[in-house]
Design a protein around this ligand. Sequence first.
Ligand SMILES: [Ca+2]
Ligand SMILES: [Ca+2]
Ligand SMILES: [Ca+2]
Ligand SMILES: [Ca+2]
Length: 733
Amino acid sequence: MYTLDDGDAIQGTSGIDDENRPRDEPKDNYGLYLQSQNELTENNKSPSITSKYNKTIYEMETPRRYLYGKLLFLLLCLVGLSTTIAQEFEDDSPPSYRKYYKNEWSVKIDSDNDREADLLAAKYGFINKGRIIPDDNYFLFVRNSIHSKSPRKARRSLDRIMSSDGHILNMEQQVVKRRVKRDFRRIKRDSRWNSRHLNMIDEDYDMEGKPLKLKPFIPPNDPLWADMWYLHRSEQFEGEMDHNVKEAWQLGYTGKGVVVTILDDGLEHTHPDISPNYDPRASFDVNDRDDDPSPRYDYSDENRHGTRCAGEVASVMNNSMCVVGIAYNAKIGGIRMLDGDVTDAVEAASLSHSQKHIHIYSASWGPDDDGRTVDGPATLTKHAFERGITYGRDGKGSIFIWASGNGGKDADSCNCDGYTNSIYTLSISSATEKGNIPWYSEACSSTLATAYSSGASGEKMIVTTDLHHSCTKTHTGTSASAPLAAGIAALTLEANPDLSWRDLQHIVVRTAKPVHLKAGDWKTNGVGRNVSHSFGYGLLDAGAMVKLATKWKSVPQANKCVTSYPKSFKIVPHGSRLHLQLFSDGCASDPKRQVNWLEHVQAIVTLRAPKRGDIEIFLISPKGTRSTLLAKRSRDNARSGFTDWAFMTTHNWGEPAQGLWQLEIDNDGWDDAELTKWELVLHGTPAYIGDHGYEKESYLLTERSIDALRETDSTSSITLNLGILTVIFLLFR
Ligand SMILES: [Ca+2]
Ligand SMILES: [Ca+2]
Ligand SMILES: [Ca+2]
Ligand SMILES: [Ca+2]
């Protein structure tokens, strides 16, 4: 592998490199680079705009300096008065986001023995509350002698003494994380149906046993079936889309044998439309550390979210009650973890609970969608994800379905949410009844596909189970979309239990339907698939997914090919664009890392900017597919930039890995930004993955076609074997 250095090899000849601003340039009084006429590039602003920028800076800098001076003075006074001021704030967070420390530590020890952990905890004045992740040596130590929650970090000396103990490999005091549910609160009394009035069980109707193949569909007697437009409206209204769930049911897939759990604020498992499918083994209460995930009831029914999500997946069919779950014969559990302080340990314990038993974890929550947060999984949770995809489902990998986020109103980017942006989560965004982008939707390149949910007033919402044994027609947000996807995933896993977590993503990419979803940014990627930042590859199609699943040949293990941009420091001039190029051969020389055909692509970026929200980042693949890794976020005033943030795109799925990759960074701020790291991470396989998965024969053919492709790329005058041409045509059309 080698890299093309933008500065030396390309600049001047191609004119693509427009970012080289010398570091030793004259600066003005405000530490800004003085802009000279000859620096203006085609992407740069006109001189008049530039002077406007400088003027703006001037006007903003003066009061700010004054303010800083005042603050410094105040600070010195305070320090003089007292030496105990040691409250720690997040460097760029508003005061309401102050950090709170728990009296809990995650402690990794060098032994697999619980007794050793107990002794070690006692030695330093802690109580060992047990393993955080099953079969792993992280334990939760609690120190009752200090406040359970405090804005102050515990004394450093404690960390020091303990970390000098040879048996303690790692320890972290747990911090409270801001996590929000991805639906919307609305008080609407008439939106709830009491199931008691609807509970007229038809004893003659027997739902035992699988429906026969292509059995004629008899509409179920559940009273809200008619309102489940997103499951069956295409039969009533020609040209309308739905999730085509009926076809999957008619083929005999109802979720039997599949276990789904909802990570949320609890599950009302006594709900009569849920209880027959309730699975205690897939359930736990992380908040109260007991086995019963029942929600805490309060006057506002705040903790109804988990019960609503669960009903979408696995409500009972044809019981004359409420609704029909997409996977109505699946087992459903609940992990209660949002009704309390959420820490790294809480998230990790939830995502790894009953890993051997649970197949699908559905999460409809995440970091604040306020348009200025950049937050993702911390140490233990990262570990839990990795263990999940490695050991879950007997090594085929746990399925993590994630709601992409509700920050549309605040122009949030789901790529700033490390949970949806993760390659391990199957991220689902929302579409409205009319096929529009909902007002709350976040656009980003890591979204894989879409499920229906609420939209503008007048558009229908999602109907599901609710607290107090009732039902609702008003479940909303991306919160409602993720469980629909979890239900469809359950049907797909029943159709083919051998699917790996990556097989499932391959199937989604191949079967999702872009038709009737209205977005301005639909584009055709390098292998002819339509993809959008609002909808991913489109609407999930349950029938198409189960059909493909039955034929699917599992993909081989994925490789990871990492290429670093050779220069460690780059200026992104204000009002301008930095354009970098990096050649990757897909690690062709190393069979353990070789990637010829792409799945996920990540750009790991470290960048400083005076205002993080002014930065936009784009990645262009060798095939010319342009992903927006980061869109502007006007509310994001942070000065901390990004540190090793792995922006992810799914838009290159199936494209060849080799060739010239381009990263573009726009800086619309008032001062220069600095890029200190760009690492390109290509995930994928050496072997070609065909329409029905991995077939050895097609791999051999493709080996030849790759060579042919390289030749066509380098010269157009090469004569090609007609057979190879046909293969290329079939592969790339
Ligand atoms: Ca409980
Ligand atoms: Ca029902
Ligand atoms: Ca978000
Ligand atoms: Ca994801």
